[in-house]
Design a protein around this ligand. Sequence first.
Ligand code: MG
Length: 222
Amino acid sequence: MTTDESPCEILTSERYSRPCTAAFSESLAIAGSLTQPAPAEIQAREIHLGPTQKRHTLVLDLDNTLVHSTCCSSSPASEGRATYTVTVRPYVSLLLERLSPLYEIVLFTAGSDAYAEAMRRKLDPEGTMIVRALGRSSCIVTKEGRFVKDMRILADRELKHVVIVDDRVENFAFQLGNGIPVAPFMGDDEDEEIIYLIEYLEDLHAEDDLASVNRKRINLVY
Ligand SMILES: [Mg+2]
């Protein structure tokens, strides 16, 4: 492989500072094919986060971004309910400690609202670092049947101050400039992606218009 081929598939901090469309081409193709929601769809899912001291908001996906969950173990004690085994990605607690003073942190999963809330309590038991956990009821459902996390639902936040981290580009299809794609976490205990992400976000934090700076750096295009 020459250095020109798919450089973004390699886990290095360089992925955050050079065009990386190649590594996410399949996801980008899906993202580009999705139908924009009607304004009423977005309005129906509006969320007000309330007053904040933080200038910027960091939205974090859960599955395969911060954690890897495997379904299902069933035992007589579980009474037929699915029990998930959750592996937290290495350095996630460091990420929350380092970035919660800089960003207002919101979890956002296409999983159930109850799962979102349970994971918030698991990752931040004291409730001091994550301000809100959003689940499936906050996702836009496109005509194609995809659940998309549309940042326009954050009614009292400006889009230029919001970034979203997700392992699937199509999940933030309607705000590519706000998106930071990460390599999916499948349970590898030597995974170091979060270290690079922390460095990138600590650096990005100094900017005012996060979305335009991020758009230029990550350079995702349909
Ligand atoms: Mg995910």
